[in-house]
Design a protein around this ligand. Sequence first.
Ligand code: F6P
Length: 362
Amino acid sequence: MKIALLTGGGDAPGLNAVIYAITRISLRKFPMCELIGYKFGYRGMYKNNFLRLTLENTSGILNKGGTILSSSNKDNLFDYLVEDESGNKIRCDVSDIAIENLKRENVDVLIVMGGDGTLTSARDFSRKGVNVIGVPKTIDNDLDSTDTTFGFDTAVNIVTENLERLHTTAESHHRIIIVEVMGRNAGWIALYAGIAGSADVILIPEIEYDINNIIEKISERDSQDKNFSIIIITEGAHEKNGKIVVSKIIDDSPDPIRLGGIGEKLANQLEKLTDHEVRSVSLGHIQRGGDTSPHDRILSARYANATVDLISQRKFGNMVCLKNNKMSYVSLEKAVENQKFIKMDDELLNIARAMGISLGDA
Ligand code: F6P
């Protein structure tokens, strides 16, 4: 048996923990098996660039964020940017070349760790007859078919710690500090870290905000002699009738829009409309870096074990998932159908409101 692994899309803490656990579990379960890891996601499959995974070269990576296999969020092999004979860049489907490489290397199973984009390609390779198993990862927690993904807890821990650090400096200067966090169009990181790190205002893409409500919250705090405020905002949040702020467009990415800048925009507005100095901080890729939280290491081990179980049962074309805290699986077809956004009756939204945190809509 030969098992190939790849990590695609933005990295998320826990990828190395999955690689670590899959290597160990499968080498014990199938002593004759061989493992390889494609470098830079699907690009490695296309270019046949891989490394052998052994107990030795996967040792010591359990706690480390990132991925020893490297990752890319540009390489959709079904719509891949190549150069034609005249040197012009054109898009074409190179998936069959990658499948030929899998056959040449006698790969029996392909394990794909990724978010929605990477898993959509996994589904497409499965449709073409490749034995694929998907493993969901994203710090954004926006995959609908699983309760949670590794990377999310680590990101929430990092943001919470930073909110606490910002409290002391905001308080010293009587400032408003705005903290912009990742999550694209889903506000999970802001909501969880905002509650854990006692933000005064939590702004998420799922709820359009009215700046007057934010000012009201700041005035309420001023009147209670709380002369500083901490606002957490998801990169994809926006004002009522306002626009999402885009930081850059990455032409050769399947999902080309990168969000960012809403925190700075809100800071400029609030500085004009309140008596406070305002600063904004964008935590950016810090949220994905460093060590993986113990919670995410355990979750990764659970996903890894469930993946090897699916291989034993030859249940390909599926993604492992967590449902009501039990490991399960769902077809790749279904896994990529929907994204998970915060619903208006979410328990944590209600708790935030009950605690007096402003969500910008009232
Ligand atoms: O999807 C994960 C994520 O970290 C988002 O939260 C963020 O918008 C995006 O990736 C950033 O992408 P990149 O690593 O390409 O800058």
